[in-house]
Design a protein around this ligand. Structure first.
Ligand code: URA
Length: 231
């Protein structure tokens, strides 16, 4: 058994005094009853609600989701459910490492660890992301050369050179290490293509393996260590 203020402070990365204040102000519910005592003991089977979100007492440090279409990566959206709602995760606990569009499928990472977010998001770290891109017409050699040289998408600077694997005339794999807004779609649009389907298959060395659409899994400690070391 653990003290609820300690558990929440660890899970939400807030100080013990912030948690005590929140308890005093009535923000914390334990198994459907208001918590009054910061020293109340809890275990992993207890349901703790903090400011309307269910909090995992012992959260996984990094989780991998196989994101389906029709789910958004923002916290709320007027039209679509968010990843946090669909996978029952508190946005107070988990931070997304790079977003995918509503209509993009594939590998999405969420973490409770700010250092890991920085490690995987920082442009200097050059973490590769693999996208399978279905196009509205056949890719040309010229377009491949442009992708490999760095496409100008009307940002301050052109995109960094991408790696390209042509699987079929209308199906290419793009490997990029930046994470600009709608980057893949804008790169292809700049070259005169529409993206019909977009799927992220890999981030760094992590792949979806047998994870089915709509499933998630906790990443293993050795995977997390490898990502922290930048391998
Ligand atoms: N690039 C895009 O255009 N969309 C995504 O979802 C991811 C990368």
């Amino acid at each position: 058994m653990h003290r609820i203020d300690k558990v929440l402070s660890h899970a939400l990365n807030l100080s013990r005094s912030e948690i005590k204040k929140a308890i005093k102000e009535g923000w914390v519910i334990l198994n459907e009853s208001l918590v009054k005592d910061a020293g109340t003991k809890v275990n992993e089977h207890d349901v703790i609600v903090f400011d309307k979100d269910i909090i995992k007492c012992f959260p996984d440090e990094l989780i991998m989701i196989h994101k389906p279409m029709g789910v958004v990566c923002s916290k709320t959206d007027p039209h679509y459910p968010s990843v946090f709602e669909v996978f029952n995760l508190s946005s107070k606990q988990y931070h997304m490492i790079g977003r995918l569009d509503q209509d993009t499928t594939g590998l999405l990472l969420l973490t409770t660890n700010g250092q890991l977010t920085h490690q995987l998001m920082s442009p200097n770290k050059k973490v590769n992301k693999h996208y399978f891109v279905t196009l509205n017409h056949d890719i040309t050699d010229e377009a491949v050369i442009q992708l490999e040289s760095g496409v100008d998408i009307q940002d301050e600077t052109p995109c960094a050179p991408a790696k390209v694997v042509v699987h079929e005339p209308r199906l290419i794999e793009l490997i990029i290490h930046e994470g600009r807004y709608h980057q893949v779609k804008r790169m292809m649009q700049a070259l005169g293509y529409d993206v019909i389907k977009l799927h992220r298959s890999q981030v760094s060395f992590l792949t979806l393996d047998n994870l089915k659409l709509g499933e998630w899994r906790a990443c293993r400690q050795e995977e997390i260590e490898r990502l922290k070391q930048g391998n």
